[in-house]
Design a protein around this ligand. Structure first.
Ligand SMILES: *[C@@H]1O[C@H](CO)[C@@H](O)[C@H](O)[C@H]1NC(C)=O
Ligand SMILES: *[C@@H]1O[C@H](CO)[C@@H](O)[C@H](O)[C@H]1NC(C)=O
Length: 291
């Protein structure tokens, strides 16, 4: 009986795959050149197409007008490896959209209208190798932990956005990073930028065009200077400079220590006082007892 089931298995598998092929429906106005590819590029779509096959691996949606993707999109399409949403109308990513997609390798969100990449956006996407976020002209904020968890990411594109600064911690969270594009952003060469500048000097080989084409504007007069004209020395005024937060921490810990000292001495004084009164009372009691 069991051997019979065993023997039938390949046939059953063949039968079910044939049935799936028959039932395989390609969304209207899309092309499905092979079993795992759905190509809806440049179809004037204003939302995600209905009935995308659940086992899709390559989904091409570029050059449309799609304004958002639901946060459970990648839960539903958990086999997705390649997702191209280039040149759409995305303004934000729902928190958690990408955190469960463990198979995604390539994600293109370039040429959209994203304004920020909040911390934790790409949570658990450990397979992600290439992430394109360039040409989002209003993208001015990248959260401190925006790319944490992207342990396999090799290529990150953030070119031609509206970034005036970027925390180097964001880049230090990417152990596999080989290619980084940052050109065409309106960097401001202040002391915050100094850290990024040092990182860029040390990681020049990761920039496809080196420092060429990268500029920052001077905080004083807004004049733009090419990064290749700057050196570590250009930022020497920033060395040993404390930020406002550092000052606040110093002041706050000073206050805390003083308050703690006052409370402690008050407590000590009261304890001693109590003890003295108690022993005095005890002594009087004893004396009275003796009498
Ligand atoms: C972006 O998509 C629109 C709409 O399909 C298209 O007209 C335009 O040429 C695309 N832009 C680029 C740069 O591909
Ligand atoms: C993109 O976003 C900005 C700021 O949120 C908005 O002012 C602009 O109109 C948007 N552009 C498009 C093409 O949707």
């Amino acid at each position: 009986m069991f051997s019979c089931v065993h023997w039938l298995q390949p046939f059953l598998a063949l039968l079910s795959s044939t049935l799936i092929t028959w039932g395989y429906n390609c969304p209207s106005s899309c092309l499905c050149p092979d079993h795992h590819t759905v190509d809806c590029a440049g179809q004037g779509l204003t939302r995600l197409p209905d009935s995308i096959p659940l086992d899709v691996r390559r989904l091409l949606l570029s050059d449309n007008w799609i304004p958002w993707i639901p946060s459970d999109f990648l839960v539903l399409y958990s086999d997705l490896v390649y997702l191209d949403l280039r040149n759409n109308s995305l303004t934000r990513l729902e928190p958690g959209t990408l955190s469960t997609s463990s198979r995604l390798v390539y994600l293109d969100l370039g040429s959209n209208n994203l304004t920020e990449i909040p911390s934790g956006t790409f949570g658990e996407s450990r397979s992600l190798i290439k992430l394109r976020l360039g040409n989002n002209p209003h993208l001015s904020m990248v959260g401190e932990d925006a790319f944490s968890g992207l342990t396999s990411l090799r290529e990150l594109e953030l070119e031609r956005n509206a970034l005036s600064g970027l925390d180097v911690g964001v880049l230090n969270q990417l152990p596999s990073l080989r290619v980084l594009r940052l050109e065409g952003n309106p960097w401001i060469c202040n002391c915050n930028f100094a850290k990024l500048f040092l990182w860029l000097m040390e990681n020049r080989q990761k920039l496809p065009n080196g420092l060429e084409g990268m500029e920052c504007s001077l905080p004083v007069d807004g004049r733009r200077v090419s990064l290749s004209m700057l050196s570590e020395d250009s930022f020497r005024e920033c060395r040993g400079m404390l930020t406002l937060t550092d000052y606040l921490i110093v002041i706050f810990s000073g206050i805390c220590i003083s308050v703690a000292a006052i409370i402690a001495s008050f407590f000590l004084a009261s304890t001693i006082h109590c003890f003295q009164r108690w022993s005095k009372a005890n002594r009087t009691d004893e004396e009275e007892g003796d009498d």
